[in-house]
Ligand binder design. Structure first.
Ligand SMILES: Nc1ncnc2c1ncn2[C@@H]1O[C@H](COP(=O)(O)OP(=O)(O)O)[C@@H](O)[C@H]1O
Ligand SMILES: [Mg+2]
Length: 516
């Protein structure tokens, strides 16, 4: 095919009405064509994306380029930094010769620029501590994460209902274990008569699953104050704030990471209003080293993720996975990713060659490239790209010579990270863990009280009164004057089993806030 035909093909395929990000220039017959730029329409960033390629081919830099340009256009993003190599987003890049040369070839000016950052963490790393309460997490999500059976999940659901009814806030995993234990010991009669029987074997299995989750560091995650996802939507001086979640120590804790991922996505789904067709995304999430969430992921986790990915689009939220091989990502999820930025792949083994073939087959057909061959011969900072145009039609497959990040390609020093954390508007809000009166304390107190003599007397008296009205009152009812144990029966069970969205709905009704 002639160069002229190629140029026309790319110019036409990458012409958009609305705003866009210029990723780089097209490559054809070993030449970089500055007159056929690769432009990504902002409008379809909510159709999700994939950045793939072998180690060292430029995936993380591509993520950096997308996040900083989104920021520049006022769009905030959340990047999951699993290797600690994204902090450079917070400082300006430098006019080095190789960068200038790259930009000259592309024909776009290089303007060093820093993006406003907020550091977040799930552990002791610098930044805002992300937490969620058990109540907010909700019974269904929790059951999924704990890989509970249907029977065990329904116990969990009833338990949440009981805690709602009794105004027992479930903040941390200690609360949950306490209530579970209570169901088969002191509170057995009272709870099971109102909510149905619960097998001690099942309850103990749930407790063991919770202990396992705690062993991966989840105890610290379930606490107050919980993170409000609207805080991901900050802008400063017109620029979108990039929230960099430092997850360097998460690699050995895949369950904690997937717990967090699901809770975050469902919270975003719950909180953000329906947006319909937007000209640009509201928020974009980048998950670097995404193979970590897919390795050994349970079937339910993948189903939940797939469902959320499909639904979250209409909230204006895009999710980008960054991983080595597209085959790291389950086919159902892969097919939801509209933008594909494929860096070079290496063909060492037979399996590699098979992956390359499969990857090539998944790209749109092209008259201009031999996709298989190109996949192994792309240079660093080059990629095969296809996106969705504003009508949702795939853009032509194009080999792209990528621009360099405007921000620093290296990491920030500890001191620079400190400076950024100091400037944070949110650090104060989330700095202290709240040791709230939650289910564990309340239950312990109630049990103690119930066992005290005075209370025994009081209960006897109440029993006398109650026998007159033929209605037997429970220990809990007699103690908590303003709450009544409600019969739940079938309706709740129906609510509980109505699937993912139902789960999210239930979760929001059991929010702590409503209880006080
Ligand atoms: N767009 C780019 N412009 C200039 N250099 C790049 C670009 N992309 C990658 N590089 C170079 O390649 C190195 C590796 O890139 P990186 O994104 O960390 O790879 P990966 O995440 O795929 O392992 C970078 O440190 C940088 O020197
Ligand atoms: Mg990387």
């Amino acid at each position: 095919m002639s160069e002229k035909t190629f140029l026309e093909h790319i110019q036409k395929g990458y012409k958009h009405q609305g705003d866009e990000i210029v990723l780089g220039a097209s490559i054809y017959q070993d030449k970089v064509h500055s007159d056929a730029l690769v432009r990504l329409p902002l409008k379809t960033f909510n159709r999700h994306g994939l950045i793939a390629g072998a180690t060292g081919t430029g995936k993380t830099k591509t993520l950096q380029i997308l996040a900083e340009h989104l920021s520049h256009k006022g769009i905030p993003s959340l990047v999951m930094d699993l290797k600690g190599d994204l902090s450079g987003l917070g400082a300006s890049g430098t006019q080095e010769d190789f960068i200038k040369e790259r930009h000259q070839k592309i024909g776009v000016e290089y303007t060093p620029n820093a993006a406003p950052l907020e550091f977040l963490s799930l552990s002791e790393e610098k930044g805002i501590r992300l937490r969620a309460t058990v109540s907010e997490f909700g019974p269904i999500l929790l059951s999924k994460i704990l890989s509970l059976t249907d029977v065990q999940s329904s116990i969990m659901a009833v338990l949440f209902k009981y805690c709602d009814d009794q105004k027992l806030p479930l903040v941390d995993l200690e609360d949950l274990k306490k209530v579970l234990n209570h169901c088969i010991t002191d509170g057995k009669e009272e709870i099971q008569s109102a909510y149905g029987s619960m097998s001690p074997v099942s309850v103990n299995t749930i407790i063991r699953a919770i202990v396992q989750l705690e062993q991966q560091g989840a105890a610290k995650f379930f606490a107050e104050p919980s993170f409000e996802v609207n805080d991901l939507m900050q802008t400063r001086e017109g620029k979108g704030v990039i929230s960099v979640l430092r997850l360097i120590d998460i690699q050995s804790k895949p369950r904690l990471f997937s717990t967090f991922m699901l809770s975050l996505l469902s919270e975003v789904y719950n909180t953000f209003p329906e947006k319909g067709d937007l000209d640009k995304p509201e928020l974009v999430l980048f998950i670097d080293e995404a193979h970590l969430i897919f390795d050994n992921a349970s079937k339910v986790f993948l189903e939940q993720l797939e469902a959320i990915i499909k639904l979250i689009r209409s909230k204006g939220v895009g999710i980008f996975f960054i991983t080595q091989l597209p085959t790291d990502i389950p086919q159902e999820i892969l097919s939801q990713l509209g933008m594909k930025i494929q860096h070079a792949l290496r063909a060492f083994t037979a399996k590699d060659r098979q992956s390359i073939k499969l990857t090539a087959e998944n790209f749109p057909l092209t008259d201009f490239y031999n996709t298989d061959e190109l996949l192994t011969s792309l240079g660093i900072g080059e990629a095969l790209v296809t996106a969705l145009d504003e009508n949702g039609v795939p853009t032509p497959l194009v080999a792209t010579y990528m621009r360099a990040p405007m921000s620093r390609m290296d990491v920030l020093s500890a001191q620079e990270i400190n400076e950024i954390t100091k400037q944070s508007n949110l650090i104060e809000k989330y700095s202290k863990e709240i040791d709230a009166q939650s289910a564990k304390e309340i239950l312990s107190k109630k049990i103690d009280e119930a066992q005290s003599e005075e209370h025994q007397k009081q209960i006897k008296e109440e029993h006398k009164k109650a026998s007159k009205t033929v209605k037997k009152k429970s220990v809990f009812e007699s103690m908590s004057k303003n709450t009544m144990v409600r019969q739940i029966g079938r309706t709740v069970v129906r609510e509980i089993t109505r699937g993912l969205l139902g789960a999210l709905g239930i979760r929001s009704t059991s929010r702590r806030k409503k209880w006080f």
